[in-house]
Design a protein around this ligand. Structure first.
Ligand SMILES: *[C@@H]1O[C@H](CO)[C@@H](O)[C@H](O)[C@H]1NC(C)=O
Ligand SMILES: *[C@@H]1O[C@H](CO)[C@@H](O)[C@H](O)[C@H]1NC(C)=O
Ligand SMILES: CC(=O)N[C@H]1CO[C@H](CO)[C@@H](O)[C@@H]1O
Length: 392
């Protein structure tokens, strides 16, 4: 990126910072997920499932008829199950699939506000609770959710649709626990985050500073982002002000960066209200590791704080993508700020015969977050997902 674009990006960041939220008083912002779903007259059930390593996760179900086929939807980082609902009826994938006659299951990964219970660790007081990345979401959360859904519905397999980190966790799972290939009928990856050959500027900077960030996080016990230590928990309210407006604006800015300008009127405040914070520091470090090393691998715990290509021939265990046999459709866009077309082409090529198709969204302004709530996401992505689902 040249200097001019860097400057422009910075200018846009600053401009966005001073834009005020549209209609921050939207009621849905303050409702819980089941309350929202009920409000729009859809049936909703709440389910809990405990993983092998002790995390209790919440799942929401919009049940279909007794013969409806189950679909499991998994969100990206800084989101929870609400990601597939907050954009509203006729627009959010959760409702669209329910309308199309599917039995819709929305899962929240460990660490989400509704998945913060553990058999031993307390999420508030116990740093060990946050000792996970998307690796554990893939190897523990997904199998628990999938098995639970298949048991309750008495079906042999389900459809899987995920956005961003939900796709990363999926590839970690299915390449490692290969028998789950049989339990997934077809897998739709929206903006799959597995390779990052040309990430956005802020991420490049983080990647460059990886060692410092990791070291600092270690030294200061920053095991979540934003950190939950006393300094931050005392500073944040002061910074946010009495009304919380300043922090709201920051969150809006953050969301807008990923969603482009494509969010429908009134949806952004709800989206911001239902953004998930905090996330485990390890989730981010693991992404940065993969970004640095250029291959898809297990979390690197480092050898004397050195790792990957910086450490001679040492290689961390790679996820075996050729073991992924589930028929997979990869949806991606040209303006995705996280992943590049090359990354999707590479992923498609490495999946073990499972890549049924790459679908480039025919809209040049479509960004990473638009896969959840973009103005045109229904016609450009969701309707195609529903059509393809009907063929499998
Ligand atoms: C976790 O610890 C906090 C703070 O001590 C406490 O308020 C909360 O009740 C604990 N949660 C559980 C589930 O024990
Ligand atoms: C990866 O998976 C493929 C297909 O299942 C298998 O043939 C191959 O041996 C695996 N490679 C490794 C390193 O486990
Ligand atoms: C690997 C695997 O189980 N693939 C299955 C995926 O789903 C299709 C359609 O249901 C099956 O035909 C494949 O065998």
């Amino acid at each position: 990126m040249n200097l001019l674009t860097t400057k422009t990006t910075t200018a846009v960041w600053i401009l966005l910072c001073f834009q005020s939220p549209t209609s921050a008083d939207d009621e849905d912002r303050y409702l819980t997920l089941p309350q929202i779903i009920s409000k729009y007259n859809y049936p909703v059930e709440i389910h809990h499932v405990t993983t092998q390593d002790g995390y209790t996760l919440t799942m929401y179900r919009i049940p279909g008829t007794s013969t409806a086929r189950p679909v499991l939807l998994l969100h990206g980082i800084f989101h929870y199950a609400a990601a597939f609902i907050t954009a509203g009826v006729g627009h959010a994938l959760g409702y669209i699939l329910a309308d199309a006659g599917y039995d819709v299951w929305l899962g929240s990964f460990r660490g989400c506000p509704d998945s913060q219970t553990h058999t031993i660790f307390n999420a508030t007081t116990d740093p060990k609770f946050w000792d996970f990345s998307w690796h554990e979401m893939g190897l523990f959360d997904l199998p628990a959710m999938i098995d639970y859904v298949l048991e309750i519905t008495a079906q042999p397999s389900l459809y899987y649709v995920a956005h961003s980190q939900g796709t990363t966790a999926f590839y970690a799972m299915v390449s490692t626990h290969v028998h789950y290939n049989r339990k997934v009928r077809v897998n739709f990856s929206l903006a799959p985050t597995v390779y990052f050959s040309k990430p956005i500027k802020p991420l490049v900077v983080l990647e460059m500073w990886y060692h410092y960030i990791q070291h600092l996080a270690d030294k200061l016990d920053v095991y979540t982002i934003p950190p939950s230590n006393r300094f931050v928990s005392q500073t944040l309210p002061v910074l946010c002000g009495r009304t919380g407006r300043f922090c709201d604006e920051l969150r809006f800015t953050f969301m807008k960066y990923f969603h482009g300008t494509e969010v429908p009127e009134g949806v952004l405040p709800v989206l911001v209200g239902h953004a998930q914070m905090p996330v485990a520091t390890k989730q981010i470090l693991h992404f940065l590791q993969v970004m640095r090393s250029g291959y898809f691998h297990w979390y690197d715990y480092g050898e004397d704080r050195c790792w990957g290509y910086g450490c001679g021939s040492r290689r961390v265990r790679a996820y075996n993508l050729s073991a992924v046999a589930v028929p997979t459709f990869l949806f991606y866009s040209a303006r995705d700020c996280m992943i590049h077309e090359d990354d999707v082409v590479r992923l498609c090529g490495e999946l073990g015969g499972g890549c049924e198709g790459r679908v480039l969204v025919p809209d040049r302004s479509f960004n990473h977050g638009d896969f959840i709530s973009g103005k045109r996401v229904r016609e450009l992505v969701f309707d195609k997902v529903v059509t393809l689902m009907g063929q499998y």
